[in-house]
Design a protein around this ligand. Structure first.
Ligand code: GRF
Length: 202
C-alpha cells in the first residue's frame, strides 16, 4: 500500500512509519512525505531515508483553501498515494478534501477519542483527572478529530505527571500504534461500517 504522509513539524510519527516500512514484509511503503511548511524537521527525516518529499505551503494560497488543497491532492495522486496519513499536520481539511479521500485518509490524535478533541490534550487530561489517557488512529471525517476509530492505545496517568511527562508516555504509544493501524488497513483487515471499524482476524 502506498502511503502519503502529511506533516507540519517534527515528524516523530513519520519516523515511526519510516522505521516500520523498512522492516522486510511490512505491507506498506511511503511514496511521498508532504509538508505545508518548508522548514518542518520531518522533511529531513524523509530525505535521510531516501523518500520523496514535497512542500505545498498554505501561505502560497492566501485565503484560498480550495487552491491549497487542490495542489496537495494532485501532488499526492501524482505520487500514486493510496492512503493519506496525517502525522502532526496542523491544517484543518475541508469537506471537499476529506471526501476526495473518503476512507483513505487517517489521522493520529493524542487522546482516547472521543475525549479531548482539539489541542492541549495532555493538559486537559490532567485537569480532568482521568486515570487513563492515550492515543487514537481514526479515519478522517469533516469534523475535527472525528471519525471511525481504527486503533487506540491507553497509558496510565501517574502521580507526579505534568503535561510533558504524560505527553512523552503517550508519544511512545503513538509510535507503536500508527504502524499497527497502517498494517491493519494494508492487510485489508479494517472494514469501515458506518461509524465503526470492524477488525478482521487476531
Ligand atoms: C502527535 O502528538 C500527534 O498525535 C498529533 O501531533 C503530534 C505530532 O508529533 N496529531 P510528530 O510531528 O509526529 O512528532
Amino acid at each position: 500500500l502506498k502511503l502519503g504522509v502529511l506533516i507540519s513539524g517534527r515528524g516523530s510519527n513519520l519516523q515511526a512509519l519510516i522505521d516500520a516500512c523498512a522492516v522486510p514484509g511490512f505491507p506498506a511503503e511511503i511514496a511521498l512525505v508532504l509538508s505545508n511548511k518548508a522548514d518542518a524537521f520531518g522533511l529531513e527525516r524523509a530525505s535521510k531515508a531516501g523518500i520523496a518529499t514535497a512542500v505545498v505551503d498554505h501561505r502560497d494560497h492566501p485565503g484560498d483553501k480550495p487552491a491549497f488543497e487542490a495542489a496537495m491532492d494532485s501532488t499526492l495522486r501524482q505520487a500514486g498515494v493510496e492512503l493519506v496519513c496525517l502525522a502532526g499536520f496542523m491544517r484543518l481539511l475541508s469537506p471537499w478534501f476529506v471526501g476526495r479521500w473518503q476512507d483513505s485518509l487517517i489521522n493520529i490524535h493524542p487522546s482516547l477519542l472521543p475525549s479531548f478533541k482539539g489541542l492541549h490534550t495532555h493538559e486537559r487530561a490532567l485537569a480532568t483527572g482521568v486515570r487513563f489517557h492515550g492515543c487514537t488512529v481514526h479515519y478522517v471525517r469533516p469534523e475535527m478529530d472525528d471519525g471511525p476509530i481504527i486503533a487506540q492505545a491507553a497509558v496510565p496517568v501517574l502521580p507526579g505527571d505534568d503535561a510533558d511527562r504524560l505527553a512523552g508516555r503517550v508519544l511512545e504509544a503513538e509510535h507503536l500504534l500508527y504502524p499497527h493501524a497502517v498494517r491493519l488497513i494494508a492487510e485489508g483487515r479494517a472494514r469501515v461500517d458506518g461509524d465503526v471499524v470492524w477488525i478482521d482476524g487476531p
